[in-house]
Ligand binder design. Structure first.
Ligand code: F6R
Length: 236
C-alpha cells in the first residue's frame, strides 16, 4: 500500500474533523512526491493487471516536478511500463507554438515523456496554436476524447497564487469544461520571470474546466511550502 493511501483513513482528530477535503502533511516535498508517484505507479500496474488503459491527467509548474522524477526512477529501476497509459494535460498557454521552450508541451517532454516508454499517440496536451475560429470545436473534441475513454482515473493538480486549478481562475463556473480563458494578472505576474517580462506572457490559455477536473475518479492536489498554506487552508 502506498504511503498516501495509508493516510486515507486517519483517526478523526480535533484538527481534521472540520476538514471538507482530506489533506496529508509531509515533512518535505520529496517525501510527499514519492508517495504520490508510488500511488500513480500502483494504479498503472493495477490497470495493467486488468488489461485496461490508465487515464492520467497531469499538471505542469514546479509542484509536480519531483513526482515526475520519481516516476522516471520507478520506470528505470523497477521497469514500470507506461505503454497502457494515456495522458491528458490540464492546460496550455494560448497562443504558443508546441516547440516553444516555454510551452507546457515542451515542459512535459523535458520533465517526463522523453524519459519513459509512453507511446507518443497516447499523449494529449491542449494545442496552443489552434486557429481562433477552431478553438470551440477543438476544446469540445478534447473533452469528448476524455469522456469516450471513460473519464480520468487520476488527476494531478497544483494550485496557483490566485487559488486557480488548471487555469480556472477564481470565479470559474463549477460546470465549466475545456475552454479558452483569460489569465489573472497575478498568474501572469508569476509567469513573468520565465517569459522575460509580464508583457511577453500570453493573455490566454486553454484549460480543462472545473467540471472536467472534478469528474476524475481520484484527485491529488500538490501544494508545497508556506506560500501555498493560506490558499490550501481556505480550500479545505
Ligand atoms: C499547470 C497548472 C497550474 C499550476 C499552478 C501552480 O498545469 O495547471 O494550475 O498547477 O499554477 O504552479 P506551481 O506548481 O508552479 O506553483
Amino acid at each position: 500500500m502506498s504511503e498516501l493511501l495509508k493516510h486515507l483513513k486517519p483517526g478523526i482528530t480535533q484538527e481534521t474533523r472540520l476538514e471538507k477535503i482530506h489533506n496529508v502533511i509531509f515533512d518535505n516535498s520529496k517525501i510527499g512526491s514519492k508517495a504520490v508517484a508510488r500511488e500513480i505507479a500502483d494504479l498503472i500496474k493495477y490497470k495493467q493487471s486488468k488489461n485496461q488503459k490508465c487515464i492520467l491527467s497531469l499538471a505542469t509548474g514546479s509542484s509536480p516536478i519531483i513526482v515526475y522524477e520519481e516516476l522516471i526512477n520507478i520506470h528505470k529501476k523497477e521497469g514500470l511500463s507506461f505503454k497502457n497509459v494515456i495522458t491528458f494535460n490540464l492546460d496550455e498557454y494560448f497562443p504558443i507554438e508546441k516547440d516553444d521552450l516555454l510551452s507546457y508541451n515542451h515542459f512535459m517532454s523535458y520533465h517526463l515523456f522523453d524519459h519513459i516508454d509512453i507511446p507518443k499517440e497516447n499523449i494529449n496536451i491542449p494545442r496552443g496554436n489552434v486557429s481562433s475560429k477552431d478553438i470551440y470545436s477543438y476544446c469540445n473534441e478534447y473533452e469528448k476524447k476524455i469522456n469516450n475513454l471513460g473519464g480520468l482515473d487520476f488527476q494531478l493538480l497544483g494550485i496557483g497564487r490566485t487559488g486557480h486549478i488548471g487555469f480556472n481562475e477564481p470565479g470559474s463556473n463549477k460546470n465549466s469544461v475545456t475552454r479558452l480563458v483569460s489569465l489573472d494578472f497575478i498568474t501572469k505576474e508569476d509567469a513573468a520571470g520565465d517569459f522575460n517580462g509580464i508583457d511577453n506572457v500570453p493573455d490566454k490559455a486553454i484549460t480543462m474546466g472545473v467540471d472536467t477536473i472534478m469528474r476524475a475518479k481520484r484527485i491529488v492536489l500538490l501544494a508545497w511550502g508556506h506560500k501555498k498554506s493560506e490558499k490550501v487552508a481556505k480550500s479545505i
